[in-house]
Design a protein around this ligand. Structure first.
Ligand SMILES: [Zn+2]
Length: 251
């Protein structure tokens, strides 16, 4: 299982890196063939083996010998590791598939948001559709309805935070992608636990926000990776967070 997840994860990671770096530039990832970013040489199948091509080519294009972005390699490796982790955490079933979807989103958002400050719509839409289908398969239509309402409520909470933030800071406080992503968080985690994940994301982002303000004097930073990170952490420890919420609400 671990070997299967490693192979699948590294292949998907390679695809996610292309997605995260090419879609924001409006390149069509389905029709345009893989090519070197420098010499535009079309890549052969043996240049496209995830992880191994990068290692054997020593991180260089085999045609023009320019350095290939190491993001390729790290993206493939981390997706492979997250997929293996998911298979260790969950037996095959609803949680397992949703775990793979969240891992994928985390990687894509990491790439596109840190590189271009963008959270792409298409991976979020596809994830939402897949999750609703999985809910229909493993649960029933009432659960789907509750999840959709949860997603909508968390989305509205995020819009409220956005409006308050704009008022307080007199500028755009959140990106559109961050607000849309909160719908997915509610859809997956349900409303109460979704709120906990939102709070967690603030704590995860805080050190980075402070550092980028202090070091780069830049008050804008990508928030998506921290939202996705919080979703990942909370989903993988869902039971513990349910206990935490019960404990807090009993006070
Ligand atoms: Zn090249």
């Amino acid at each position: 299982m671990a070997v299967l997840m490693f192979v699948l994860g590294s292949i998907m990671g390679s695809f996610f890196y292309c997605l995260g770096t090419r879609l924001p530039k409006n390149e069509n990832i389905l029709t345009s063939r893989s090519h070197c970013d420098y010499c535009k040489h079309e890549l052969k199948w043996y240049n496209l083996i995830p992880l191994f091509s990068f290692i054997f080519q020593k991180g260089k294009c085999s045609y023009c010998h320019k350095k290939i972005a190491s993001g390729h390699f790290w993206c493939e490796l981390s997706t492979a590791l997250l997929f293996i982790l998911t298979s260790f955490y969950f037996p095959i079933g609803y949680d397992f598939f949703v775990g793979l979807i969240i891992s994928s989103l985390l990687i894509i958002i990491f790439v596109s948001d840190f590189k271009y400050m963008i959270i792409l719509d298409s991976p979020m839409v596809i994830s939402a559709i897949l999750i609703i289908i999985l809910k229909f398969i493993y649960y029933d239509s009432i659960d789907v309805l509750i999840s959709l309402i949860s997603g909508l409520c968390l989305f509205l909470v995020m819009i409220l935070i956005y409006k308050l933030g704009n008022f307080a800071f007199k500028k755009e406080s959140l990106g559109g992608g961050d607000i849309k992503f909160s719908f997915l968080m509610g859809l997956i985690l349900d409303f109460k636990i979704g709120l906990v994940a939102l709070v967690l994301s603030v704590f995860l982002a805080l050190p980075y926000a402070v550092a980028s303000l202090e070091l780069k004097k830049n008050s804008e930073f990508p928030y998506g990776p921290f939202l996705a990170g919080a979703l990942f952490i909370v989903f993988f420890h869902y039971d513990k967070f349910v206990l935490l919420v019960e404990f807090l609400f009993n006070f």
